[in-house]
Design a protein around this ligand. Structure first.
Ligand SMILES: C[S@@+](CC[C@H](N)C(=O)[O-])C[C@H]1O[C@@H](n2cnc3c(N)ncnc32)[C@H](O)[C@@H]1O
Length: 404
């Protein structure tokens, strides 16, 4: 019988795997890049801080590892402005078939060298790992998830290795992992005693099967990933990081747009409600499972509990860049999901359309910063050759993405 990590890998990345078979993540679950352009705006602010700290090199990379449909890459490419836009090279890395997007190069492996910002957005939770139950003698569990009788867990070592490899490709700049996950204190206290292995299909959580018909995922032990990659780093909540980068419900820069934001609070709430209804067919995978004892705790997922394996997903040998056919240079935004003008329309126009756009924007930012939702995702940020303190101010440490 195959082990769970190999079965998980085959189910997602085999010949008829869920992702390699062509499933578009946005058709099955909702991530922050699907919400709107605001995450890309914040990451462009982070990239511009990286760029300044590097002394504005001739080429600046934005590398989107586990890019999925490429929404984040496309938005970053289309929203970049000025000198940064002229020097920016956007690369999407995914094992799945590339999606042609203006100004975005696709690869199936990590680039050999990155000068700029490498981002893994909801990538590590899709890196297969062993799903086990007590008793299991594994050094990773001893260090990061000590088990007790009846407990299940995921052995995070493959995610640690994947993240360390990715950070290792950054020559100068920063690496950022954004994901849902947990920390040692909660794991050891038994908040996840049933493990977090879960499956999604068509916007719904389903019973996990290993036949390529559904997405398979598990929360990420981001504290273990941080230790594996080492170096100068912080692990903070998305909600706090976005605010530190100027993205609040009152808009980038806060003060200038605070007036319209305040005046649109109630309409923003109703727009948010409709947005949430519209999104109900594509749920965030962070919404479940809840930790044991939390307000929405639920029974086990029926995950198997076989042995440990050291096979892991390929981010191996470097390969040449493959620019999207017929596309080169800086993207104009044509064909991209979010346009520069669209992103900036909130708060700069006049009349009912501008007012509604502002309210919609406020609701999207609220979704990105929601406590217990996307706002409680972890941001693991490493500086390579530049201090993290040049990128973010001191922020409270992240305590996990589930709030009880
Ligand atoms: C959960 S999806 C996230 C997609 C996108 N980043 C987002 O947030 O919407 C995870 C993606 O990571 C990709 N992936 C997983 N392991 C990978 C690897 N080793 N190299 C490249 N891509 C990988 C999968 O194919 C999938 O598209």
């Amino acid at each position: 019988m195959r082990d769970s990590e190999a079965a998980w890998h085959e189910a997602l990345y085999g010949r008829s795997g869920f992702f390699t078979g062509g499933a578009l993540p946005a058709d099955h679950f909702r991530t922050a890049p699907h919400v709107g352009p605001e995450l890309a705006e914040a990451l462009l602010e982070l990239l511009s801080r990286v760029d300044s700290a590097l002394g504005c090199p001739a080429r600046v990379d934005f590398v989107d590892v586990g890019a999925g449909g490429g929404e984040l890459s496309a938005a970053v490419r289309s929203l970049a402005t000025g000198s940064l836009a002229d020097r920016l090279v956007v690369t999407a890395v995914d094992l799945a078939p590339p999606r042609p997007l203006p100004g975005v190069r696709w690869r199936t492996t990590l680039p050999p060298s990155v000068t700029g910002l490498l981002v893994g957005h909801e990538w590590l939770d899709a890196v297969p790992c062993p799903v086990v139950e007590w008793p299991c003698a594994d050094p990773w569990l001893t260090r990061w998830w000590p088990l007790r009788p009846g407990w299940r867990a995921e052995v995070g070592a493959p995610r640690d290795r994947a993240w360390a490899r990715a950070v290792g490709r950054v020559t100068r700049g920063a690496a950022l992992a954004v994901d849902y996950g947990h920390v040692l204190a909660d794991r050891a206290a038994g908040r996840y005693r049933e493990g977090t292995f879960a499956a999604y299909r068509g916007g719904r959580r389903v019973e996990p099967v290993f036949d390529g018909s559904c997405d398979l995922t598990a929360h990420v032990a981001l504290d273990a990933c941080a230790a594996a990659a080492g170096g100068d780093r912080v692990l903070v909540a998305q909600r706090d990081a976005l605010k530190a980068l100027g993205l609040t419900e009152s808009g980038p820069g806060g003060g200038a747009n605070a007036g319209w934001a305040a005046s649109t609070t109630s309409v923003a709430a109703s727009v948010a409600a409709s947005a949430s209804m519209a999104a109900s067919m594509a749920v965030s995978r962070s919404l479940r499972p809840r930790p044991v004892g939390g307000p929405n705790s639920e029974p086990g997922t029926g995950a198997p509990a076989p042995g440990v394996s050291d096979s892991r997903p390929g981010t191996g040998a470097p390969e040449p860049d493959h620019p999207t056919p017929g596309v080169s240079g800086s993207g104009s935004g044509a064909g991209a999901p979010w346009s520069r003008s669209g992103a900036l329309s909130a708060g700069t126009g006049s009349g009912a359309a501008a007012w509604l756009a502002a309210a919609e924007r406020a609701s999207r930012v609220a979704e990105l910063r929601a406590v217990g939702g996307l706002g409680s995702f972890g941001w693991l940020l490493h500086g390579v050759g530049i201090p993290v303190s040049a990128l973010l101010p001191p922020l409270a440490p992240w305590t996990g993405s589930s709030v009880s």
